[in-house]
Ligand binder design. Structure first.
Ligand SMILES: *[C@@H]1O[C@H](CO)[C@@H](O)[C@H](O)[C@H]1NC(C)=O
Ligand SMILES: *[C@@H]1O[C@H](CO)[C@@H](O)[C@H](O)[C@H]1NC(C)=O
Length: 230
């Protein structure tokens, strides 16, 4: 019993940490509308104190240069390799194909999207609360902007960070077609927790779980097959 409470509290603190981090990211990434570019002509009715916007001069690197720098870093490449390794195992057991239509939910900066593209998957969609073009578009994992049954394979390595994990799982299931696969990677856990997580996918059948190392972390990957509607 105590163990359950401890696990619950631990989850709660992870969730709080995730919300805090996302809020912080939003705050630093959202440029206020009141910021006027230094070279734009002064508008008489728009006079703001200079220092509010000029405090941290932003380096305006074009997106493709920014991405080139990011994608050539060793950290990025190692993480992409790690995801490739995981997805390769899905190819080997016949759950993923080059012609699969794949959705990556809460895809962060897009490591898994790049890994899938490199493996040869033609059609990969990555979404996250904050977009990272061109790999990841902005969307709410709890309210996916896709029709039902449009993907063959749904993947997420961030189910645990979701505010509402059951809603998150339900949305993955809704957008993956019957007979398609939902796969998640979570912090390494035992059979009880695996069952709990698989249980979030109410309309799917548990296919299997395996402990893996993903991006240097010990994780458990759990696979479910979406059931055909009765
Ligand atoms: C998938 O596509 C890649 C790149 O086009 C190719 O190298 C690979 O052999 C393909 N894999 C399969 C299983 O067809
Ligand atoms: C994964 O590792 C945990 C221990 O951290 C263990 O309890 C569990 O049985 C392992 N799961 C699998 C599928 O091997």
């Amino acid at each position: 019993m105590d163990h359950h409470i401890e696990v619950f509290l631990k989850r709660l603190s992870y969730i709080a940490l995730a919300i805090g981090t996302l809020t912080f990211l939003f705050l630093i990434l959202e440029i206020p509308d009141t910021c006027v570019a230094p070279d734009s002509p002064p508008k008489p009715h728009l006079r703001f104190p200079k220092h509010s916007c000029d405090h941290h001069p932003r380096q305006h690197l074009p997106l493709h240069k920014k991405n080139k720098r990011l994608w050539s870093s060793a950290t990025w490449q190692n993480q992409v390799r790690s995801f490739s390794h995981l997805f390769h195992s899905f190819y080997q057991i016949g759950l993923l194909h080059n012609h699969s239509k794949v959705l990556c939910v809460s895809a962060g900066a897009g490591h898994e999207v790049m890994a899938l593209s490199h493996l040869g998957v033609d059609d990969v969609t990555g979404i996250e609360l904050l977009d990272s073009p061109p790999l990841v578009s902005r969307a709410d994992p709890h309210n996916l902007p896709f029709f039902d049954d449009v993907f063959d394979f749904g993947f997420s390595a961030r189910l645990e960070l979701a505010l509402f994990p059951s809603r998150f799982a339900a949305e993955m299931e809704r957008t993956v077609r019957p007979g398609g696969v939902c796969a998640v990677a979570v912090e390494e856990c035992g059979d009880g927790e695996v069952k709990e997580i698989a249980g979030l996918f109410r309309n799917s059948r548990f296919l299997g779980a395996m402990n893996v190392t993903l991006t240097g972390l010990r994780m458990t990957r759990i696979i479910m097959r979406v059931k055909h509607s009765p």
